[in-house]
Design a protein around this ligand. Structure first.
Ligand SMILES: N[C@@H](CCC[C@H](N)C(=O)O)C(=O)O
Length: 264
């Protein structure tokens, strides 16, 4: 199958975007993994497929680097906003999202966060916002669903955390039946955080938009910061505003190149 694609990134979190609103392109777990592979495919953290929608401007589907299809991707939502190039709505498995592009990125309204243990989801009823569990020095995570599941650990120094080792352990812990995105967050001011994320299905990325939202919501709920929050990720800064409803995320999105490819 031959298809056209656009390579984009949001703060270094990179995507292959296939715009199939007019020409059908069939993607499954295996083809997504092939396209995302950095050695034998095009290479990306997430593969994004835009399909026609009867109620919004597009259906946005998301596959992680490992081929798993997921509900939400904040950085890719800004990339799609720039690709569509005008205010738009997109349907995702995590909800209907509103996109407002600007000259170098976008503001996107992501789903309202969900906090109940079975909405994260966790394997059984627990205090999801003060999970009484620890993995080495990472303890007491705040769990929240931003369309996708996140566990956020507050630490004194995000750079001192061995996230490459602890991330996969936590991601695959049986307490998270759908696995989990693992964030570490450091409070750096009254409205600022430094955050690193081990992404479910993708590993360490230079930025995770929903991870930034999860960290900001967790810090606001724990009264560590006030909205709007500047979240500094390895790839750069995002602004996250939240007043109790939908989350507004603002930041850059960048075109890299366009091309065509064949998959068997
Ligand atoms: N990079 C994304 C998140 C992508 C999905 C995530 N790995 C998951 O499995 O839920 C972002 O910018 O939010």
């Amino acid at each position: 199958m031959r298809f056209a694609f656009t390579k984009m990134h949001g703060l270094g979190n990179d995507f292959v975007v296939i715009d199939a609103r007019e020409t059908h392109v069939a993607i499954d777990e295996s083809s997504a993994r092939t396209i995302a592979d950095r050695h034998t495919g095009i290479g990306c953290d997430q593969l994004i497929l835009l399909e026609p929608s009867t109620t919004a401007d597009a259906v946005m589907r998301i596959w992680n680097h490992d081929g798993s299809e997921v509900e939400a991707c904040g950085n890719a939502t800004r990339a799609v906003a720039r690709l569509i190039g005008k205010p738009a709505t997109v349907e995702t498995a995590g909800g209907l999202l509103t996109l407002t592009p600007n000259d170098n990125g976008a503001t996107v309204d992501l789903a309202a966060p969900r906090f109940a243990w079975d909405q994260i989801p966790l394997a059984y009823a627990m205090d999801a916002q003060n999970l009484p569990l620890a993995w080495d020095d990472l303890a007491d995570p705040f769990c929240v669903n931003i369309g996708n599941p996140h566990a956020v650990f507050f630490v004194a120094d995000v750079d001192a955390v061995d996230l490459a080792r602890l991330g996969p352990l936590i991601e695959h812990d049986s307490v998270f039946p759908q696995r989990v995105n693992v964030g570490v967050a450091q409070v750096t001011g009254s409205a600022s955080l430094k955050v690193r994320v081990w992404e479910r299905g993708a590993g360490l990325t230079r930025a995770c938009g929903t991870g930034a939202c999860a960290a900001a919501i967790a810090a606001i709920k724990r009264k560590l910061v006030t909205s709007p929050v500047t979240v500094t990720l390895p790839g750069g800064d995002l602004t996250i505003a939240w007043d109790g409803g939908a989350i507004a995320m603002s930041g850059p999105a960048t075109f890299v190149f366009s091309g065509t490819a064949d998959i068997a």
